[in-house]
Design a protein around this ligand. Structure first.
Ligand code: BEZ
Length: 189
């Protein structure tokens, strides 16, 4: 079900207090940049990994047939590489709406080039939120994704667009690439 986190997110940080706001993107925020930004950089956060464990009832699926999209899970010895954007606080009106289905904003250290570390924000859908689907094998996730679509398009395009964007950034993500491979195998069979 839709778990609308917009109201709760507004209470989590007072963004007007930040001198600079950096946002870490690890999924659709890498390839669908529909918001203005001041600066952009390759970036990483420590202790997190991507997983297609979050249900999407509003973008890549429907209430009846939710798709599967990314969240992050804690993972002590892993880094998650992606992209960071410096943005103004007004951008969060749009992003809180776009990422409203179970995602909470968390403060996090973001590693930027030249050993710079910025305190910034990331959207994570925590385990157990109402839209959470949880673990499954990459093969089962691919089968699920191939049969899902929603207002933002086919669920498989989320995976294929992301995998292409990650390759362009020289980011290796085994979980995403395995799911991509299963999806391509199913499409081509
Ligand atoms: C991201 O790309 O950072 C992101 C992924 C899923 C939901 C919200 C943000």
């Amino acid at each position: 079900m839709i778990h609308d986190t917009q109201t709760i997110n507004k209470t989590r940080q007072d963004l007007t207090n930040y001198q600079e706001i950096w946002l870490f993107g690890y999924g659709s925020l890498i390839y669908k940049v529909d918001f203005p930004y001041i600066a952009k950089a390759e970036a990483a956060i420590q202790g997190w990994e991507r997983r297609f464990w979050q249900g999407s009832h509003d973008h890549r699926g429907t209430i009846e047939n939710p798709g599967r999209v990314l969240t992050l899970i804690p993972s002590q010895n892993q880094n998650c590489s992606g992209v960071a954007y410096q943005v103004s606080h007004e951008v969060f009106e749009h992003l809180d709406h776009r990422e409203k289905n179970g995602y909470l904003r968390y403060e996090i250290d973001i590693n930027l080039p030249n050993n710079q570390i910025k305190r910034g924000l990331v959207y994570i859908a925590p385990e157990g939120n109402e839209a959470y689907l949880g673990p499954a094998s990459e093969k089962d996730i691919a089968k699920h994704i191939i049969n899902s679509k929603g207002p933002s398009g086919e669920n498989k395009d989320y995976v294929l667009n992301l995998a292409n964007a990650l390759r362009k950034l020289n980011i290796i993500d085994e979980h995403t690439f395995k799911i991509e491979k299963y999806i391509l195998n199913i499409i081509q069979s």
